[in-house]
Design a protein around this ligand. Structure first.
Ligand code: TGC
Ligand code: FAD
Length: 387
């Protein structure tokens, strides 16, 4: 075959040698350690915690951070890492997104030197796990409408409220929590074991079943002043800057899920013989496969363009919104098409398509729903805020 069907625009040729090496090492890990068991973990609603230390040993936790035991890789490498992990399962990419972009990034960007020294090396080694608490049950799209409060009491802060839909909550050692102070929203580090802090797993999800999702509860949790992230400005700017990091990784990651689905659909339709010929030899099926490949190719070009802008320090949040929206929509469409092309076989976890399609229902919702990103782009175009 002249072209790799998963890379019609030749992204491979644009990569540097070190970027390929990172990509290939993660790909080998996913093939050997993730794919054999992930269908079972999904079916069992179980986060495979035993993969955390191997992920750390590969340098995949906080991989963009310089120092503190982190790998200091560029944006293309971070994207490729997310893509390979999500080729395995969105749950693994979610774990790495939250650990790296939503916890280690704010500790590095807004934390004190003592907070960095305390948490970053341990998190890079996979010995400490983090979560990010922004969303509350009454409406995640509008995080400024927040009920969780942090009130000053002497030199301490007292935290009350709850957070909902928090990835890693049931297994986290530390939570980056955004709470309303008298001045506005600020970020705090809340540690497991602190009096009044508890977590609860959300059961019976039909999506991201191999990820641990939960709620955080704060009942008069007393936080010393050292728990405040001192470098975070008042308001949503700091948490939104974390989301931009994670959304960038998602824009790359979801295409890994889409590639897995296209690959499976190509294989299946070549083998499946109906009405005397392979399904893949019919015009209708070829058009559908071509559409899937087109969506992946366009998404890849967008992701690579964003990575180069990120490395040059000129990436804007609205560009990330555009890519998160476009690539999640592309990936879920591809996964649903693959599921359909597999017919009845497509509804079991023997094949990957339904698992990816169901996972992508969460991915298109979290980190800003599709509508939120469309409205961000709309605001950029018109100058009018329609939220
Ligand atoms: P907006 O006007 O857009 O911004 C407020 C201030 O923040 C600034 N800003 C940024 N600054 C630095 N870096 C960034 N990336 C920034 N993005 C925005 C902005 O310039 C402004 O600054 P200033 O100085 O002018 O005040 O804020 P808004 O209040 O209008 O925002 C509205 C909206 C809807 C866009 C925002 O609330 C939003 O994004 N909502 C969606 C919430 C969301 O995405 N939640 C995600 C929770 S975490 C999650 O889902 C994790 S899943 C993880 C996994 O498992 O992988
Ligand atoms: P809502 O905000 O209630 O939205 C409901 C619907 O209304 C959506 O379709 C939305 O697009 C639409 N809508 C909203 N505003 C408008 C408008 N102005 N006009 C038209 N339509 C609108 N959060 C964290 O803080 N940390 C995490 O680690 C985390 N992990 C998650 C993991 C999973 C598996 C899931 C499902 C969610 C996670 N979230 C996390 C929460 C996630 O960010 C929110 O679910 C998301 O932001 C949407 O919020 P919501 O669910 O409250 O929906």
């Amino acid at each position: 075959m002249a072209h790799d069907p998963l890379d019609l625009t030749g992204i491979e040729d644009e990569l540097q040698e070190d970027e390929r090496l990172v990509r290939d090492s993660v790909a080998r890990f996913v093939d050997a350690e993730v794919l054999p068991d992930i269908g079972r973990h999904f079916a069992d609603h179980h986060f495979p915690r035993e993969l955390v230390l191997p992920l750390a040993r590969l340098g995949l936790l906080g991989s963009s951070i310089e120092g503190y035991g982190c790998a200091g890789l560029n944006a293309v490498c971070y994207g490729l890492i997310c893509q390979q992990l999500e080729r395995g399962d969105s749950a693994l990419r979610s774990f790495v997104s939250v650990q790296s972009s939503l916890c280690m990034f704010p500790i590095h960007a807004y934390g004190s030197e003592a907070q960095r020294e305390r948490w970053l090396p341990a998190m890079a080694r996979g010995e400490a796990i983090g979560c990010f608490g922004l969303t509350e049950s009454h409406g995640g799209s509008d995080p400024l409408n927040m009920n969780t409060t942090a009130r000053k009491r002497g030199s301490d802060w007292v935290l009350n409220g709850s957070k909902m839909w928090i990835t890693n909550a049931p297994i986290a050692d530390v939570a980056v929590v955004w709470a309303l102070t008298d001045e506005g929203v600020r970020g705090f580090l809340v540690e497991r074991g602190m009096k009044g802090f508890s977590t609860q797993e959300i059961e019976r999800k039909m999506s991201l079943r191999a990820s641990a999702t939960g709620a955080l509860f704060f009942d008069d949790v007393v936080l010393p002043q050292e728990s405040l992230l001192p470098g975070s400005s008042v308001g949503l700017k700091a948490p939104l800057s974390c989301l931009t990091q994670a959304r960038f990784g998602i824009a790359w990651g979801v295409l890994g899920a889409a590639q897995a689905c296209l690959s499976e659909a190509l294989h299946y339709t070549r083998e499946r013989v109906l009405f005397g010929r392979p399904l893949a030899a019919t015009q209708a099926v070829q058009i559908r496969l071509a559409e899937m490949a087109r969506k992946i190719a366009v998404g890849q070009s967008l992701a690579l363009q964003l990575a180069h802008r990120k490395d040059r320090g000129i990436l804007t949040p609205v560009q990330v919104s555009l890519a998160k929206w476009n690539n999640c929509r592309a990936a879920i469409d591809v996964a649903r098409e693959a599921r359909d092309l597999l017919g009845g076989a497509g509804i079991t976890t023997e094949h990957a398509a339904i698992r990816h399609a169901l996972n992508l229902e969460s991915v298109i919702t979290y980190e800003g729903t599709e509508t939120i990103h469309q409205l961000s782009v709309g605001r950029e175009l018109t100058g009018l805020n329609a939220f």
